[in-house]
Design a protein around this ligand. Structure first.
Ligand code: HEC
Length: 207
């Protein structure tokens, strides 16, 4: 039971998302929407989108693998601490390796360092609208501060709710107190399954 709780901390709804896209045979409307940008529909945009997705998946896999090792060695209660100490560090080290900056952003942060910027907030409404309409998102390519950024949605599933659902319902008092202790300003609770939780953000270096 607790093991399951940890495994689900692999926030890896991205894959699930893509699966849905295939099933439904339709795509969201990125990046044609206004939010998406100034770089236009070129082969290059497509390449950035694909490469960005590969990078986001690499980080996702690395986070997942390390977390699984942690779980098998130390058990479930270490999960929150693991995320607290390592999620950002793993993202950082892979970013260095891949030569692009990879991070997770959200409009309802648990870790304040992962808060979306004001300019990025509009992407959340674009993705939420598409999710509500049953489309599945492609990467959204944007030119920000003269760098190309690609964003991909991170969507909740039932497992995430053990740490991102409602305290007293899906989140046990023990888990919740561990969260509040490390994140007194936590805003990342109250989610249901199938909601937009955040975005992977891949920032390519300037040429
Ligand atoms: C074991 C508890 C736990 C589970 C389960 C869990 N998370 Fe989290 N999540 C955390 C913690 C703790 C952080 C803060 C990590 C940090 O300090 O960077 C976090 C941060 C995040 C962030 C970064 C933005 C922010 O608010 O700091 C995203 C996105 C995220 N989680 C998505 C998910 C998704 C999607 C799932 C399910 C697939 C999931 N999480 C499952 C504990 C959990």
């Amino acid at each position: 039971m607790k093991k399951e709780l940890l495994l689900c901390a692999l926030p890896f709804a991205l894959l699930a998302c893509r699966g849905e896209a295939d099933r439904k045979g339709q795509e969201g409307s990125y990046p044609e929407k206004e939010a998406a940008v100034r770089i236009g529909q070129t082969a290059t945009t497509e390449q950035y989108r694909e490469t960005g997705l590969e990078y986001a998946m690499a980080v996702q896999a690395a986070l997942g693998k390390t977390l699984q090792e942690k779980i098998s060695k130390e058990g479930a209660p270490a999960a929150i601490e693991f995320c607290n100490l390592n999620a950002l560090a793993i993202t950082d080290s892979l970013s260095r390796e891949l030569g692009a900056t990879i991070s997770r952003i959200t409009d309802r942060p648990r870790n304040p360092q992962s808060a979306a910027s004001e300019g990025e907030m509009k992407y959340f409404s674009v993705y939420r609208k598409d999710l509500a309409e049953g489309h599945t998102a492609k990467g959204l390519v944007a030119l920000r501060e003269n760098r190309i950024h690609v964003y991909y949605p991170i969507v909740t599933n039932n497992l995430c709710l053990q740490c991102h659902g409602s305290p007293g319902m899906e989140i046990t008092p023990e888990v919740y107190s561990g969260i509040k202790e490390r994140y007194p300003e936590d805003r990342a609770v109250g989610y249901s399954a199938g909601e937009l939780r955040g975005l992977w953000k891949v920032a390519f270096p300037e040429n």
